[in-house]
Design a binder for this molecule. Structure first.
Ligand code: AMP
Ligand code: GLY
Length: 422
């Protein structure tokens, strides 16, 4: 089968690497891909916003499955357009992608179907939002309703900070995404990224991982897209997974079907494990980045038939199998990230880093005159496995230290929570 993968990040490199290992794969295309993905796929310059052009490409190349990596094309309805053209897609419809595209939509779904999450209010008026903030007090969380490229969320420790965040949203800092604001209860606990494959009816647990959102060691500094991840997560015991399926995922899948928007794709639940049990922070409608990198290292099964079963609505009866190991990925970012990253610095030594068994996924790289250079904020995801998180961490940092890239930096404590548990 020929497959088209949409995206260009570390998540997509990990998906490409795993798809390329499938005996069912004939040819993999990636749009736009990156220099790492180019080792696994033919990278093509397709405008993913031009849905008829993508459909025409799929017909021309006899694509049997389109795998959509990032959320933006899903929220823009690429899945609907391709399905209407008779092409199988891994990724939800535009209506189902509202689970990520509108935080207010998800909160209302939780309220309607009894899914545990923080208390909240939805506002299109700055004065009303500010009054709600004052009434509830701090700590409190202010979110732009729509997609704001990982920004748009303020975890405010004071009322003043929350009021400033409300003003920022309504002043247009996030464009249309901030025209509506969700103000919600601050949840205290341990955060877990939990994944399920869903075909509209059936939900299959598909691993969990822990991300490290802050840029600095010890979880300090500004939020990022994620500076590293590891799996499995000790807090996500079999009993906890069962509870999350029963209380959060299954009511969501049933609720979305009842609303007429069955969810097909990977449902990424951002959870807070609080003292009173698991609560939903937010949904994403795609794999996490960098969580996907560790999941792909641990997945024993062929990925392609699983994604195809999702697209074709025949997930029931399937299961996923994982290596009895830990995996850990360290994101190496360009200096300046998460502000304005410096572009163009030369990266060397990736072969040496991989010699010891690590896998270096490319996230934001480019080739200039045959030389690999930085071309984004998060540039590399250096990923390794081991018998424990500590072993995987040692292997990942040993590989990081073989990379010659003075323009990059990374956190040195990825995995600390699992390792400190002993
Ligand atoms: P998001 O961009 O929605 O992933 O949010 C960024 C981060 O903000 C999350 O990963 C959490 O660490 C934090 N966060 C979001 N909502 C809450 C909440 N209700 N309580 C505590 N922390 C939150
Ligand atoms: N690493 C978090 C995300 O992909 O949203």
């Amino acid at each position: 089968m020929n497959v088209l993968l949409i995206g260009s990040g570390g998540r997509e490199h990990a998906l490409a690497w795993k798809l390329a290992a499938s005996p069912l794969l004939e040819k993999l295309y990636a749009a736009p891909g990156n220099p790492g993905i180019a080792g696994e796929a033919e990278c093509v310059a397709l405008d993913v916003d031009d849905h008829p052009a993508v459909a025409a490409f799929c017909r021309e190349k006899a694509i049997g499955l389109v795998v959509v990596g990032p959320e933006a094309p899903l929220v823009a309805g690429l899945g609907d357009a391709l399905r209407a053209a008779g092409i199988a897609v891994f990724g939800p419809s535009r209506a189902a992608a509202q689970l990520e595209g509108s935080k207010g939509f998800t909160k209302d779904l939780c309220a309607r179907f009894g899914i545990p999450t923080g208390a909240y209010g939805r506002f299109t008026d700055a004065v009303e939002a500010a009054a709600y903030v004052r009434e509830k007090g701090a700590p409190i969380v202010v979110k732009a309703d729509g997609l704001a490229a990982g920004k748009g969320v303020t975890v405010a420790m004071t009322v003043e900070e929350a009021l400033a965040a409300v003003a920022t949203c309504f002043d247009g800092a996030y464009g249309k995404a901030g025209a509506e604001v969700v103000v919600e209860e601050y949840l205290d606990g341990e955060e877990v990224s939990f994944f399920c494959l869903c075909d509209g009816v059936t939900a299959l647990p598909f691993g969990s991982a822990q991300d490290h959102k802050r840029v600095g060691d010890g979880d300090t500094g500004p939020n990022t897209g994620g500076m590293g991840a590891y799996a499995p997560v000790p807090a996500m015991t079999a009993a906890m997974e069962e509870r999350v399926m029963r209380e959060i995922v299954e009511p969501t899948v049933r609720g979305m079907a009842e609303l007429g928007h069955p969810f097909s794709g990977v449902l990424f639940a951002g959870l807070m494990i609080t003292a009173s049990g698991p609560k939903l922070i937010e949904y994403n409608v795609r794999f996490g980045d960098p969580e996907c990198q560790v999941l792909m290292m641990l997945l024993e099964d062929d990925l392609l038939p699983l994604l195809l079963a999702v697209a074709e609505g025949c997930l029931s009866g399937l299961s996923a199998h994982w290596r009895d190991q830990a995996a850990l990925t360290v994101v190496v970012a360009a200096k300046g990230y998460p502000g304005t990253p410096e572009k163009g610095s030369v990266i060397r030594g990736l072969d040496r880093a991989e010699e010891a068994g690590a896998k270096v996924f490319h996230a934001g790289t480019a080739k200039r005159d045959g030389v690999l250079v930085a071309n984004g904020g998060r540039v590399l995801a250096v990923t390794a496995t081991g018998h424990s998180v500590a072993e995987a961490q040692a292997a990942a940092y040993a590989a990081v230290d073989r990379i010659d890239w003075p323009g990059g930096f990374c956190r040195r404590d990825i995995g600390w929570r699992a390792i400190s548990r002993g």
